[in-house]
Write a protein that binds this ligand. Structure first.
Ligand code: AGP
Length: 609
């Protein structure tokens, strides 16, 4: 039943799996890197009949801390062998907790943040956790005592060898839902795991502890006060459940962008300073840099164009950017003072990997921005920033694009900080403005009703043009790419200033043109020039779809369709302006009857050159 539940969660993407069951005062645990089939093969090897019991927990892991290996796979076991834990999220203070455990002679077996919680719960359950002596022999109290020590995002599920008839879980940020069956009770990341057994579910809220037994459940807050939880009936079928109620993963992933950005930024500002992941480049290394080169493909390349604006603006370092597939054939000028930033969601893109290797041959230092822990590109880089967008199932990149922008800006701030081109308080202020964008993105996601109607209207178009200036230009490029890859429609983006140098000849009656407007409160000259561009194409019959800041009344007379965005600082506009373009492309594709998760001819990761 546990393995079956994991199988129904496979779509969420993972790179290792494991299960744990209390059995005769012991814990049976098996874990395997790779596909669920590896774990199943292992269970067959040791004898499935051994893995029977009245309760059990399981996990498919998407690696964040520590590469996807057997020993990093969940469940993690306590040093006394009595407690097993599975965890979704990121525990930010785990190094501090790990040091505390080491001081008590409890040493980590894995690279993960999760393992520390298993040791701590066992200590609490044994009445040996300072300040929680009353948790002795009481699993819910032990879990409560531990979660009060944790910082970050964590949903934990805990089993104890001596308590086979109950399982305890804690929820903060990462999803957790409860299923009520006949004489059986379930916990899962989403209803897909138990929907075949019951449709009676209970939504669990933030900072709650739930204890389940065969006959039911109890919910408290982290302080132990009882909480009333809300039962609901699951109306989705299994297919819909996997997509969070959406028809396609891509539509779900578009909605996940506020979280993807927030999780990518989480933990990167410590005591007023920017810190990178897996920092293997010292501040001195960053000070020795005299040039930055960005290499990437497709959507990652578009995020790289934005990295160029940010890094040059904050550090005054020259930034070149090149398609990875062109980079090594044009014999770029690189040396040990060059920092090459390799951006790749999958971390396996052959063009980008080969570009990285060429850069290293030229003694350049390489920093990877990647969404996949343990992938080849981060493994071969000198430093890494992971985006924490979670697995992206849709072939077309959406949440990983906006997460990459956030990560690129972190690199810019880290460089500015190391080189002193921004004062510490300026770096903090820029970071805090970044941290505020998930709320702005969430606001945009709430106001996209018209995008759906526009999909129907534009579906018959032969082509769509996209215009932008400054940071709006990479957004226009990304919007055009989305339309190409999802709706198989010809789409092209131009820097709006280029219109007069040829492209305006393309404008004809009824041709849709999407214009990404800068804020009227930003560089006024950019706004006024783009306003002129809109008037020029309107005069020639274009049908204008304008993405503009809320309250920008100057564009309204020239916009056949107007999407209004919340005001954000100029460099952050791409994080909000991209959202309508993603949705419009998806709606046009859907209106054309295409599968937006699996566009024709495309692979999620291009591992061949
Ligand atoms: C974007 O929607 C496409 N999926 C594609 O352009 C992608 O961005 C490109 O192949 C790079 O992939 P990577 O980020 O995994 O390296």
């Amino acid at each position: 039943m546990v393995v079956g539940g994991l199988r129904r969660l496979e779509y969420r993407g993972y790179d290792s799996a494991g299960i744990a069951l209390p059995s005769g005062g012991d814990l049976l645990i098996e874990r395997r890197a790779g596909a669920l089939a590896n774990l199943e093969a292992r269970l067959d090897e040791v004898g499935r009949e051994r893995f029977t019991g009245t309760s059990g927990i399981g996990h498919t892991r998407w690696a964040t801390h520590g590469p996807p290996t057997d020993r990093n796979a969940h469940p993690h076991r306590s040093s006394d062998g009595k407690v097993a834990v599975v965890h979704n999220g990121i525990i930010e203070n785990f190094m501090e907790l790990r040091a505390e455990l080491e001081a008590r002679g409890i040493w980590a077996e894995s690279d993960t943040d999760t393992e520390t919680t298993a040791h701590l719960v066992a200590l609490a359950h044994a009445g040996e956790l300072a300040g929680a002596e009353d948790a002795k022999g009481d699993l819910p109290a032990a879990v409560r005592a531990v979660v009060r020590r944790l910082e970050g995002a964590f949903t934990l599920v805990v089993t104890h060898a001596d308590e086979p008839d109950r399982i305890v879980a804690a929820r903060r940020n990462s999803p957790l839902v409860l299923g009520l069956g006949e004489g059986e009770t379930f916990l899962a990341s989403d209803v897909a795991a138990f929907i075949e057994f019951t449709r009676h579910a209970v939504e669990l809220g933030q900072d709650q502890i739930v204890t389940i037994t065969r006959s039911g459940y109890e919910v408290t807050d982290f302080a132990g006060e009882p909480v009333v939880a809300t039962p609901f009936e699951v109306t989705w079928d299994l297919a819909a459940a996997e997509k969070g109620g959406h028809d396609y993963f891509m539509l779900k992933e578009i909605e996940e962008q506020p979280t993807a950005i927030a999780h990518t930024l989480r933990g990167h500002l410590v005591d007023g300073r920017i810190v990178l992941d897996e920092q293997r480049l010292s501040d001195q290394d960053l000070r020795d840099i005299d040039k930055v080169f960005v290499v990437a493909c497709g959507t990652a390349y578009h995020s790289g164009l934005l990295a160029k604006y940010a890094i040059e603006h904050w550090t005054r370092l020259p930034v070149e950017i090149e398609f990875a597939s062109e980079f090594r054939y044009r014999d770029p000028v690189l040396d040990r003072s060059t920092l090459v930033v390799a951006i790749s969601q999958s971390g396996e893109t052959a063009d980008t990997l080969e570009a990285l290797r060429h850069a290293k041959d030229q003694k350049a230092r390489v920093l990877a921005i990647c969404n996949t822990n343990g992938a080849q590109i981060p493994r071969e880089s000198d430093a890494v920033i992971y985006t924490h967008a979670g697995p992206e199932i849709g072939v077309a990149a959406t949440k990983t694009f906006t997460a990459q922008i956030a990560a690129n800006y972190l690199v810019g701030l880290a460089l500015a900080q190391a080189r002193g081109t921004k004062y510490p308080d300026e770096v903090v202020r820029e970071f805090e403005q970044l941290e505020a964008t998930p709320a702005a993105v969430a606001e945009v996601l709430e106001s996209l009703g018209e995008a759906r109607a526009l999909g129907q209207e534009l579906a018959p178009s032969k082509a769509v043009l996209f215009l932008g200036r400054h940071v709006g230009y990479p957004v226009a490029l990304e919007g055009a790419l989305k339309l190409k890859e999802l709706a198989y429609m010809h789409a092209e983006a131009f820097a709006a200033g280029e219109l007069k140098h040829g492209p305006i000849a393309l404008i004809e009656e009824g041709l849709p043109v999407v214009v990404v407007m800068p804020s009227p409160k930003g560089r006024a000259v950019l706004h006024s020039k783009l306003l002129s561009n809109i008037q020029e194409i309107k005069a020639r019959g274009a049908r204008t779809v304008v993405i503009a800041e809320t309250g920008d009344e100057t564009v309204r007379p020239f916009a056949d369709h107007l999407f209004e965005l919340p005001a954000v600082p100029t460099l952050l506009q791409p994080l909000v302006a991209t959202i309508p373009l993603q949705v419009i492309a998806a709606e046009i594709a859907l209106a054309r009857g295409y599968d937006v998760d699996k566009p024709r001819n495309l692979a999620k990761s291009v591992t061949v050159e």
